[in-house]
Design a protein around this ligand. Structure first.
Ligand SMILES: NC(=O)c1ccc[n+]([C@@H]2O[C@H](COP(=O)([O-])OP(=O)(O)OC[C@H]3O[C@@H](n4cnc5c(N)ncnc54)[C@H](O)[C@@H]3O)[C@@H](O)[C@H]2O)c1
Length: 422
């Protein structure tokens, strides 16, 4: 197998893919990215970050000689032997992930493979349901290229654990790099790429493809369990006079067997990964192993309950104080991002709007998060332009732990509910 390991292609230059492409280029690889979105292509070719992420703009400028983007798959095929595929894998109704975008994105490359003798490595970085690479993606490539796995091409499942709002750091300094493989040489190539990309020395876990597919969703599912445990405990403590949730979770987290991360009482978890990985894990266990994954199922139920619990608390305050308006500060699913997918604030607003008389003012320090929220709720909400406008109501709910929200707690004659107890 002869592979050019200096040139890398990234298929799908979205929130994640564009950062991967920039990081690979920054760490010395020649990178060509592919997307169907012309604006993203133009941004990258003009050395502009197509998405908002800390340090992204700076990095893309630094790597401008090594990074280019195109909409032409043929250019990609000719340019490199290693394709990182990072396109969407939307959740289906049953909780599993759809592979349709992956298949559509790789199809032109697979068709090129048909008439070509070069060995290619398809590195799937999108989240997939366990067993789908073996059952769906490899057969798709074999069928459409008339070529054979490990003779003409191979497929790797490769994941790093990255959080939106911290993507660049997550790529350059991950705790863990997961490599699912059934071809040792290709696994070595991908491992060596990561050794060059990372500025730290992460744990590189190599295993079978199905093990890696399971590991990815098991990790996120486990984290949701921790969050939901803290939230369940917090709700209980709220009803027990004298019970101090933060002292309890700090003590628990000091025990190394538990660890302090994701153990803080707060709003429901959300975002692009946790909720859907949790549901995908339950679906996978039920359909492929005929086992009810009771822990993820409960974590999910607790998460749904969390919004309702907080809504009841807010409605009680509204009733007691005879008010009909409130402010929600922090709309995205976490700080430093505009992404509102499955965000606790969006769910809470949705619940609160069932109360027709309530007037809600929404605000987020990231303007794009406000614009995303406007797309969901339109004129059902008031949108504040700044913190001053956002804090005119008597009742203020702090949904995200932004530093600048701390001063809201000092305002006179306000009722401030800080769900993170900053
Ligand atoms: N690696 C990680 O740790 C990690 C973390 C979060 C999410 N993910 C996964 O990564 C994947 C991508 O997530 P995202 O947030 O970047 O999505 P995104 O929607 O921001 O970006 C996807 C990109 O793919 C492009 N695309 C779609 N079809 C294409 C095609 N046929 N050819 C070329 N490009 C195409 C889109 O135009 C878009 O720019 C998802 O599966 C997500 O679950 C991975």
């Amino acid at each position: 197998m002869k592979i050019n390991n200096k040139n890398i292609s990234v298929i799908g230059l979205g929130k994640l893919g564009s950062c991967f492409a920039a990081c690979f280029a920054y760490r010395g690889f020649n990178v060509l990215g592919l997307d169907i979105n012309q604006k993203i292509i133009n941004d990258i070719n003009n050395h502009k970050a197509p998405f908002l992420e800390p340090n992204f703009d700076e990095l893309i400028k630094k790597s401008k000689n090594k990074l280019k983007a195109t909409t032409n798959p043929k250019e990609i095929f000719d340019f490199s032997d290693i394709f990182f595929v990072i396109v969407p894998t939307p959740s289906k109704k049953d909780g599993s992930f759809s592979n349709e975008y992956i298949k559509r994105a790789i199809k032109p490359l697979v068709e090129e493979l048909k008439n070509n003798k070069k060995f290619k490595i398809f590195t799937i970085t999108s989240t997939v349901s366990p067993i789908s690479i073996q059952k769906e993606i490899i057969p798709f490539i074999e069928k459409n290229s008339s070529k054979k796995l490990n003779k003409d091409f191979t497929v790797i499942y490769n994941r790093t654990f990255i959080a939106i709002g911290d993507i660049i750091k997550g790529i350059l300094e991950p705790d863990l790099v997961l490599i699912g493989e059934n071809n040792k040489t290709a696994g070595d190539i991908i491992e060596n790429i990561w050794k060059k990309v990372c500025i730290n020395k992460p744990y590189i876990a190599r295993m079978s493809i199905v093990s890696a597919e399971i590991t990815k969703i098991a990790i996120n599912s486990y984290i949701t369990t921790k969050i939901s445990f803290a939230n369940m405990l917090g709700n209980i403590c709220e009803r027990i006079p004298g019970a101090e949730i933060d002292k309890i979770t700090s003590a628990m987290g000091a025990d190394k067997r538990i660890g302090k991360y994701y153990l803080k009482y707060g709003p429901a978890y959300g975002g692009t990964c946790f909720p859907r990985d949790n549901r995908a894990f339950s679906h996978f266990a039920k359909t492929k192993a005929k086992i009810d994954a009771l822990i993820p199922i409960s974590a999910h139920k607790i998460n749904e309950f969390q919004t309702k619990f907080q809504k009841e608390k807010i409605l009680k305050i509204i009733k007691e104080n005879k008010i009909n308006s409130l402010s929600i500060l922090g709309l995205a699913y976490k700080i430093k991002t505009y992404v509102i997918e499955e965000s606790a604030s969006i769910k809470l607003i949705d619940e609160l709007l069932k109360n027709k008389n309530l007037k809600i003012t929404a605000y987020d320090p990231i303007n794009l998060a406000i614009e995303e929220t406007r797309k969901v709720f339109g004129n059902k909400l008031n949108y504040a332009k700044n913190l001053n406008e956002a804090t005119q109501n008597k009742l203020i709910i702090l949904m995200l732990p932004y530093e600048e929200f701390k001063k809201v707690k000092k305002l006179k004659n306000k009722i401030v509910i800080d769900l993170w107890r900053m």
